[in-house]
Design a protein around this ligand. Structure first.
Ligand SMILES: Cc1cc2nc3c(=O)[nH]c(=O)nc-3n(C[C@H](O)[C@H](O)[C@H](O)COP(=O)(O)OP(=O)(O)OC[C@H]3O[C@@H](n4cnc5c(N)ncnc54)[C@H](O)[C@@H]3O)c2cc1C
Length: 267
């Protein structure tokens, strides 16, 4: 499946909103999860093919010609217009996804597989806690929109500075805490965890969605489980990326990391 860029514009200095449309999305179907993502293929300069391509066949090519897969959340799907919105983080000159988004022009094509997902705010929770950085902001925004009406929802979101904040909406009773990392060189792994630890303790059954940078999500998980704020089965915790590693290097160690985190004592 592939989409053609209808528009690409900065949502914040760190996030580019890309809207895809066109005939390549004819069969796209969104499932029920709020955090659905597509696995996008970003092409290296040396690619001797163009979108659409046979994604099985290109696996046989030399590494420098193969596409780079990156998971990106479906921020929105407009069923009527059949347009798919992705918010993609840029990180300077680094990263196939970030660079592609920063330079995307109407008519550019992006091929992907999916969607898939794993979390929808469950109806039987008393309140919701949504935590992450820019990479998880699209999923957090989509989850905030999917909570039951009137239910308390607290979002704790790390961005570079005030310019990185975006308006979120929710049928729930939404409270957003923005955490700024600008000027911080140490302790980045604990920024979100400290902000979460400082929140008033929510009453009742909490459903938590903690996605984003690996060490940061791990630190938040520790706070939530050790303080008994969230039951383990009510916590969706996913390390999307790892500071200092590109996605290829991260995926090579991710399974071991996830096992290590799951085995961590929480009491
Ligand atoms: C299920 C899922 C959903 C995701 N949804 C989104 C989404 O909607 N939007 C989005 O932007 N990302 C999302 N991500 C994260 C994204 O897939 C990774 O951040 C990916 O590494 C970005 O690829 P890249 O080619 O830009 O950078 P890479 O080539 O992977 O990395 C280049 C360098 O940039 C650093 N880097 C990577 N991501 C970030 C970041 N966010 N901030 C700062 N530095 C970074 C790396 O550590 C590395 O040093 C999602 C990940 C998962 C698993």
């Amino acid at each position: 499946m592939y989409g053609e860029v209808v528009s690409a514009s900065p949502l914040t200095p760190q996030l580019v909103r890309v809207v895809l449309g066109g005939p390549g999305l004819e069969t796209f179907e969104l499932g029920a999860d709020a955090d659905q993502y597509v696995n996008c293929f970003f092409l290296p300069d040396a690619a001797p093919y163009a979108v659409p391509f046979d994604d099985e066949a290109v696996r046989e090519l030399p590494r420098e010609q193969r596409p780079y897969p990156r998971r990106i959340t479906v921020r929105a799907w407009d069923e009527e217009r059949r347009e798919l919105t992705l918010d993609i983080a840029t990180h300077g000159d680094l990263g196939y996804a970030g660079r592609w988004a920063a330079h995307a022009q109407p008519g550019d094509r992006l091929q992907f597989r999916g969607p898939a997902g794993g979390y929808r705010p469950p109806a039987d929770a008393d309140s919701y806690l949504l935590v992450g950085d820019e990479s998880a902001l699209p999923a957090i925004a989509a989850c905030a929109e999917a909570v039951p009406s009137g239910r308390p929802v607290v979002a704790v979101i790390e961005v570079e500075d005030a310019a990185g904040e975006v308006a979120l909406s929710s049928p729930g009773d939404l409270e957003v805490h923005w955490v700024h990392r600008a000027g911080r060189h140490d302790g980045l792994d604990d920024l979100l965890a400290e902000a979460v630890a400082a929140l008033p303790r929510p009453a009742g059954v909490v459903s938590a969605f903690v996605h984003g940078e690996a060490a940061e999500t791990r630190a938040v998980r520790r706070v939530l489980l050790r303080a008994g704020i969230v039951e383990p089965e009510r916590l969706s915790c996913s390390p999307y990326w790892r500071r200092g590693l590109d996605d290829e290097a991260w995926r090579a160690v991710k399974a071991a990391w996830v096992r290590e985190v799951a085995a961590e004592p929480v009491d």
